[in-house]
Design a protein around this ligand. Structure first.
Ligand SMILES: [Fe+2]
Length: 247
């Protein structure tokens, strides 16, 4: 059994309760689809945990941290620039050196058997968004589906759900469980731990046993993360406010 998480965005109040939920199910295999950092106030703590997981992929926020955030909007860019300063690449503190070494080794996409794990999309791993309305875009989805064998797990849009060749289904339409069908491809968005954007403020992740995907939502102390964001001048207040709306 695996727990697949994504888009933690330096939100430790959210990540802690998700990890506790994963532990309570006896799951030890954690796969993270990227965006461990960005937006939120606790990048170091989140990166220290990410180093212990089975697989962590490169998200667009890690990519921006390692290069530049010029394509980001001003709030996201300011948060990346603050994060870069906080992680301090010039420091000789072993924990800081280890975080940068870990970041520099992240890959954007990984296939394991007939399952593909990627942050955004198989055709543009860190940048392309797949959102619910794309479920009806036959040409886009056919091209994306031609790039994996059976199942593809993604994050990036922060909107959980399942895309099949028939379209998109939200977790509530699926009663929170998707049973994989033989010979039928599916792309699964696991949602976001640290900044959900589907109108539900609770953290999102999935468990996967090889055949069924279960969507989980876990409430966390949003106020704790929002207060930390408000206390850091480089982080826009909006980044705290949006957590309370799930947008
Ligand atoms: Fe993200």
């Amino acid at each position: 059994m695996q727990a697949i998480i994504s888009d933690l965005h330096s939100n430790m109040a959210a990540l802690s309760v998700v990890l506790e939920d994963i532990r309570s199910k006896g799951i030890t295999e954690i796969i993270c689809l990227g965006d461990v950092i960005g937006y939120g106030p606790e990048p170091e703590e989140a990166l220290d945990l990410a180093q212990t997981w089975k697989l962590t992929l490169l998200g667009n926020h890690e990519e921006a941290l390692l290069t530049d955030a010029n394509t980001f909007n001003v709030r996201a860019r300011d948060a990346i620039n603050w994060t870069r300063k906080k992680l301090d690449i010039e420091s000789d503190d072993p924990a800081k050196i280890a975080r940068w070494a870990f970041l520099e080794k992240l890959v954007p996409m990984k296939a394991v058997g007939d399952i593909l794990y990627v942050h955004g999309s198989p055709r543009a791993p860190t940048t392309e968004y797949i959102v619910p309305r794309d479920g009806m875009d036959r040409r886009k989805m056919a091209d994306i589906f031609s790039r994996f064998q059976r199942l593809c797990f993604v994050g990036h849009s922060h909107i959980p759900g399942v895309y099949t060749e028939e379209g998109y289904l939200s977790p509530s339409e699926l009663c929170d469980i998707y049973m994989c069908e033989p010979g039928k491809k599916a792309l699964i968005n696991v949602g976001s731990v640290g900044q959900p954007r589907d109108g539900d403020v609770r953290s999102s992740y999935v468990t996967f046993d090889g055949e069924s995907v279960v969507f989980r939502r876990i409430p966390y102390d949003i106020e704790r993360t929002a207060k930390k964001i408000y206390s850091i001048p480089e982080l826009d207040r909006f980044l705290g406010d949006r957590l309370k709306e799930g947008k």
